[in-house]
Design a protein around this ligand. Structure first.
Ligand code: ATP
Ligand code: MG
Length: 558
């Protein structure tokens, strides 16, 4: 850790190492396996595992599986895969809150023995009515003064399965008048007659999050328990558990602000809602801000790590522009991605003076700044595809692409002139008749004639048809959570699919390899649907940020 990159959490940790308070740092990333991980989790993963790496410490991947019924094995597998893919390794430190169910139970009995926990027989509604409000204190439950023996007996009967769900609750005995609602006798254990994915039917009572989480931290030797700001109000409870139970290891909770990304949502519940309403095709839909979605979209792990690094670790709530993430993705790809040509919305060009049946192999440079990446052969012939919007019939003077009577250079090819515009009965342009200047072949041309515009193209006879998906923001406003219903602010154009024509070398593109389609953006094959017979490509990101200005304005207003 260098001085300049040390955020406030790393500073605390640095100081704790210097002062000798800790010899080794232990952190943990504690996801609940009730959905796939999203970009917000990327921040928490990079922080927890990053601190572990930087200090030669240890980081646990701990599944917070205290909510049987909502948690699934599919999510567990996905989370493990995503953390690995991001570049982190938990070694033999993969744990579950459920690994500690026995010890948690013992700790609960200890609280009862100490007279600071009791079994409450009130119903959920009654408990709510007793809780009070932010401005009014709560009132004590009539069961609050049960004897230690009675509490112990009741709690053991809860565990033995004698009571139905919701009839009893083990609660901490703290202070029903506390201004902090979390201290108004919070629940520790509830009855749930439901099998757990790991412990089966062994338990019919399950610990509540705060209790399980604090003690799991303590059991694992966590030195710094890093969590998001909404847990700040839970810290006194965290401390209370540690004070009461005095575990050997006393972790310190430190809160940081959530990473929020503009034009999307970062809540597993809300993301699941998008899947259930068929707005997206699944957790790995390339428009999803999930790690699985971003990976399928073609974002690299390095780009995501760089993104959270730029976002920093702070205590201030912030909404980060999507452009920051996309810039990280672009920067990674700019250096690594080779260039190829593809036409997304094809318009036929016939070179009337080019010999029928002739094919020339042009040398396409694979990277403008990296000559060591060499060239590839790009076939050129009499009939070509160009981009529909690279031609304008009524073009303004400053339009330097193709127009009637105008000239343009074909990248790695020749200069051509548009002689005739062919239209269908509806008056739409369906074909251009052009002539090429044989003296202007790129690289070898004898003429040094210059024209202002250069466009990309693909030889029609050699082209590979492909489905190409163009992705955009999922929502139309920076913070969709401010809408009454996120469904009202969906971007109807978040996915456009076009039938494109690709240069033939793209047939051999390796899975997972990203390329730049010249002038159009960065693309890769779709990991789920692409086959060499029926190619499917995803646009990873455009070349420039067309949203930047709009986004800044919208965010200033919001
Ligand atoms: P969600 O609301 O999406 O379910 P969560 O916080 O309930 O999120 P967990 O699985 O409990 O999800 O989170 C695991 C860890 O990731 C927690 O330590 C949590 O603080 C952290 N985390 C979750 N969302 C963000 C975020 N947007 N920014 C930073 N850290 C986050
Ligand atoms: Mg949670």
């Amino acid at each position: 850790m260098t001085e300049t990159t040390r955020d406030f959490i790393r500073q605390i940790i640095h100081d704790d190492l210097l002062s000798g308070k800790h010899e080794q740092i232990v952190t943990r990333f504690p996801p609940e396996p009730n959905g796939y991980l999203h970009v917000g989790h990327v921040m928490s993963i990079c922080l927890n595992f990053g601190v572990g790496q930087e200090t030669n410490g240890k980081t646990f991947l701990r599944f917070d599986d205290t909510n049987p019924g909502k948690e699934r094995e599919e999510y567990v597998r996905a989370i493990e895969r995503d953390v690995h893919w991001l570049g982190f390794d938990w070694g033999d430190r993969l744990t579950h809150a459920s690994d500690y169910f026995d010890r948690l139970y013992e700790s609960a009995e200890k609280l009862i023995e100490n007279g600071v926990a009791y079994v409450d027989d009130l119903s959920a509604d009654e408990i709510r009515a007793h809780r009070g409000t932010l401005t009014e204190p709560g009132t004590n439950s009539p069961y609050r003064e049960r004897s230690v023996d009675e509490n112990m007996n009741m709690f053991r009967r809860m565990r033995a399965g004698e009571f139905a769900d919701g009839t009893h609750l083990l609660r901490a005995k703290i202070d029903m008048a506390s201004p902090n609602m979390n201290l108004r006798d919070p629940a520790l254990y509830r009855i749930r007659h439901i099998d757990h994915q790991r412990t089966g039917d062994k338990w019919c009572i399950y610990p509540m999050y705060d209790f399980a989480h604090t003690l799991s931290d303590a059991f694992e030797g966590t030195t710094h328990s890093l969590c998001t700001l909404e847990f700040e109000d839970h810290r006194p409870l965290y401390e209370w558990f540690l004070d009461q139970l005095q575990p050997e290891n006393r972790p310190r909770q430190i809160e940081f602000s959530r990473l929020n990304l503009a034009y999307t949502i970062t809540s597993k519940r809300q993301l699941n809602n998008l899947i259930e309403k068929s707005v997206v095709t699944g957790w790995d839909d390339p428009r999803m801000p999930t790690i699985a979605g971003m990976r399928r979209r073609g974002y690299s792990a390095a780009a995501l790590r760089e993104f959270v690094k730029r976002g920093g670790v702070t205590k201030k709530d912030k909404l980060i522009e999507m452009g920051v993430l996309e810039n990280c993705v672009r920067e990674q790809l700019g250096d690594s991605a080779e260039r190829r040509m593809a036409v997304l919305r094809p318009l036929k060009v016939v070179l009337t003076n080019y010999p029928e049946g002739q094919v020339e192999m042009m040398a396409g440079h694979n990277h403008p700044n990296r000559p060591e990446l060499g060239t590839r052969e790009v076939p050129f012939s009499r009939e070509l595809w160009i981009e529909q919007d690279d031609f304008l019939e009524e073009a303004p003077r400053k339009f330097f692409r193709l127009k009637p009577g105008g000239e343009v250079r074909l990248r790695s090819g020749y200069i051509i002139r548009c002689d005739d515009v062919i239209k269908n009965d509806a008056g739409e342009v369906v074909e251009l008749h052009c002539s090429y200047d044989p003296d202007t072949r790129s690289g070898t041309g004898s003429s040094d004639r210059k024209v202002k515009g250069t466009i990309h193209w693909v030889s029609a006879a050699h082209s590979v048809p492909a489905k190409v998906r163009l992705y955009d923001r999922l929502f139309t406003i920076p913070d969709p959570t401010t809408a009454d219903d996120v469904m009202d602010v969906l971007n109807p154009e978040s996915l456009q699919t076009v039938q494109a024509m690709l240069e033939p070398s793209l047939k051999n593109l390796a899975d997972g390899e990203a390329v730049q389609f010249e002038r159009l953006g960065y693309f890769c094959t779709d990991s789920e649907e692409h086959t060499s017979e029926a190619p499917v490509f995803n646009r990873i990101v455009t070349l420039r940020d067309s949203w930047a200005k709009l986004e800044r304005q919208a965010m200033q207003q919001s």
